[in-house]
Design a protein around this ligand. Structure first.
Ligand SMILES: C[S@@+](CC[C@H](N)C(=O)[O-])C[C@H]1O[C@@H](n2cnc3c(N)ncnc32)[C@H](O)[C@@H]1O
Length: 249
């Protein structure tokens, strides 16, 4: 708790991102990642593998952009820095650990950006590979929380619009796009019964994934003593190819 408060105070971020709640979210996420490191390990390994698969057969490896790089738990930074001439990490908040990790590589640059409010291509420039790294489901969280905190009604369909806008931004990018995202959450009790479910993409449907797996995001004792939260994750090392496959069907 005290560590989180100290990190909240010293993590560099634009005032707007602090005021909107991105810094708070980032600190909570980073401390959960620390506590749940073991439970998250299979998910992080699968996400890293998908990102490296996306990079493997690219004809040109000048630049890669990682959207939602955050604490770099699921990002193979050293491998990307070795394979590409330039690496851009883009997030609303870059936690201290990610800043230190980036500094170890001369070709890694941080871009602080609100990916709901600002256009991906304009901020980071065109890249040979753009990775959306477990970001999509996170994008609606702060805007929806803001509406609730203000006591104003959440505009109908806002979550789905934010998700769709990110997918449209990815579709417009010139290079290869690798999309990794969680799609839905289920809550289970200790008997394995499902006690709740949540659509993390607000009704937006994705095409069949290249790979899918489960992410135990909150093991028993993390969010509640007798409940655990499991997310379903989908990986598209070549998002445009997955889109084309739907168009052909
Ligand atoms: C689940 S984390 C991704 C995990 C991260 N790839 C890692 O390896 O630790 C989601 C990330 O999305 C970022 N994020 C959420 N909303 C954002 C926004 N509007 N603009 C930019 N980044 C955002 C958060 O700051 C967080 O770092």
């Amino acid at each position: 708790m005290l560590l989180d408060l100290a990190l909240y105070l010293v993590t560099p971020a634009p005032w707007r991102h602090r005021r909107l709640g991105y810094v708070r979210e980032s600190i909570l996420l980073t401390s959960r990642a620390r506590r749940c490191r073991r439970a998250w390990a299979p998910h992080c390994a699968a996400a890293r593998t998908a990102m490296l698969a996306a990079a493997a057969d690219l004809p040109r490896r000048e630049s890669v952009i990682v959207l939602g790089s955050g604490g770099l738990a699921d990002v193979p930074l050293a491998e990307l820095a070795a394979r590409f001439r330039s690496v851009v990490l883009a997030d609303a908040v870059h936690p201290l650990g990610a800043r230190l990790a980036a500094r170890r590589h001369g070709n890694v640059r941080l871009v602080t950006v609100d990916l709901v409010a600002e256009a991906v291509a304009a901020l980071c420039g065109p890249a040979d590979l753009t990775i959306s790294a477990n970001l999509l489901s996170q994008l609606p969280i702060v805007p929806l929380d803001r509406c609730e905190a203000r006591g104003s009604a959440v505009p109908e369909g806002l979550g789905g619009q934010i998700v769709s806008a990110h997918l449209a931004a990815l579709d417009a990018l010139p290079g290869r796009v690798c999309l990794i995202t969680d799609t839905d959450q289920r809550e289970e009790d200790r008997a394995g019964r499902i006690t709740d479910t949540l659509d993390l993409l607000h009704g937006v449907r994705l095409p069949a994934p290249f790979r899918a797996w489960e992410w135990e995001i909150a093991p028993f004792g993390e969010a509640a003593a007798n409940r655990r939260l499991i997310h379903r994750v989908r990986a598209y090392p070549d998002w445009a190819a997955a889109r084309r496959a739907v168009d052909r069907a």
